[in-house]
Write a protein that binds this ligand. Structure first.
Ligand code: TXA
Ligand code: MG
Length: 317
């Protein structure tokens, strides 16, 4: 049997050049970012973008995030506004995605933006992907490297689990520093948080003036094409549970839980950032151990906890 992990590549000059060669040929590869691993392809190429949709089995109506090295390279494709420039200055490169008006003259594949007149853009901080973006003359469409509705990968081996050798290579950047997807903020019309993430609503509202609706309210707004069921390990899940059951997986948070075979602690130290880093790893572990049901304890809804609860709600759907 062929080893499915054998297309995981160590990051060095020769493999980086190889990755760039694949991208120039409109091939799709697995890459690390600071949030989650992604499937990267040339955003200007219909061929590469169609490969991404087909590999992920992603509905065509769900647009991709286009990744750039810096604002200079973005100016050709999107209409920049004041709020964008302020947030860019404060948080980029980093785990924040902006929805902007797309320029009519933009070369970004209209399949990548699902034929909308807006475009989602991000400037990732991870050095491996930044180094690649710096060396190529086109932006990259990079959705999370999982099959549609599934769990995002946070290690190179997870990408191999999802796509095996159907992609040319997976660059190994170790564990993702943040572990859940970027915050998505819509600046194209009325300002809205479409997906909570590491950059919290309160941090954003300190930089640009906008009224934050109640936490729940603003996280309820769906990104176009965003599916109700999402981030899901494919096992029935029940949230806000006080105790676990013998044959169910029990996801907990904090020091008040006794260690047992079916208890999975997001963070014994009650650290929400650690919990975010562990969330998808634990989902995958549970999925691979064939549990029939998952119970989840209550997770504090502050800081990155808002994003964790958002992912849990979707996963439980
Ligand atoms: O952290 C991340 O953002 C990761 C890493 C790989 O960069 N990427 C990621 O991509 O999470 P994906 O495709 O899994 O999620 C993209 C989200 C989807 O919910 C999509 O609907 C939304 O962004 N989106 C994309 N274009 C949009 C647009 N024009 N308007 C509103 N939402 C958009
Ligand atoms: Mg995704």
């Amino acid at each position: 049997m062929k080893n499915i992990y054998s297309n995981i590549a160590k990051v060095n000059n020769s493999n980086t050049s190889k990755a760039i060669k694949y991208l120039k040929k409109n091939q799709v590869i697995g890459v690390p970012t600071e949030t989650v691993y992604g499937l990267a392809g040339n955003a200007y190429s219909n061929i590469a973008v169609k490969k991404i949709y087909s590999l992920k089995k992603r509905p065509k109506i769900n647009p991709l995030i286009i990744h750039y090295y810096n604002v200079k390279s973005l100016a050709k494709d999107a209409i920049l506004n004041k709020n964008f420039l302020k947030l860019y200055k404060n948080f980029c490169p980093g785990p924040l995605t902006f929805v902007l008006k797309k320029k009519k003259s933009s070369k970004v594949s209209r399949h990548a933006t699902a034929k909308l007149d807006t475009i989602a853009v991000r400037f990732p901080k991870n050095n491996i992907i930044r180094n690649i973006l710096k060396k190529i003359k086109f932006p990259l469409a990079i959705p999370s490297a999982n099959k549609s509705t599934g769990v995002s990968p946070v290690q190179a081996s997870h990408v191999a689990e999802e796509f095996g050798r159907t992609i040319k290579m997976i660059l190994n950047g170790g564990n993702c520093k943040i572990g859940i997807e970027s915050t998505v903020v819509d600046l194209s019309k009325k300002i809205r948080i479409l997906r909570p993430g590491f950059v919290g609503i309160s941090k954003i509202s300190k930089v640009i003036n906008f009224k934050v609706l109640s936490k729940n309210n603003s996280s309820k707004i769906k990104a176009p094409g965003a599916l109700k069921k999402h981030y899901s390990p494919g096992i029935p899940m029940k949230l806000n549970q006080k105790r676990g059951f013998k044959n169910y997986a029990f996801i907990v948070f904090g020091k008040d839980y006794i260690k047992s075979k079916n208890t999975f602690n997001l963070s014994k130290k009650s650290n929400l950032q650690e919990a975010a880093r562990n969330l998808y790893k634990i989902f995958r572990k549970i999925k691979n151990s064939k549990y029939k049901k998952i119970y989840v304890a209550k997770i504090p809804n502050k800081g990155i906890g808002v994003a964790i609860n958002d992912r849990l709600k979707h996963a439980a759907n």
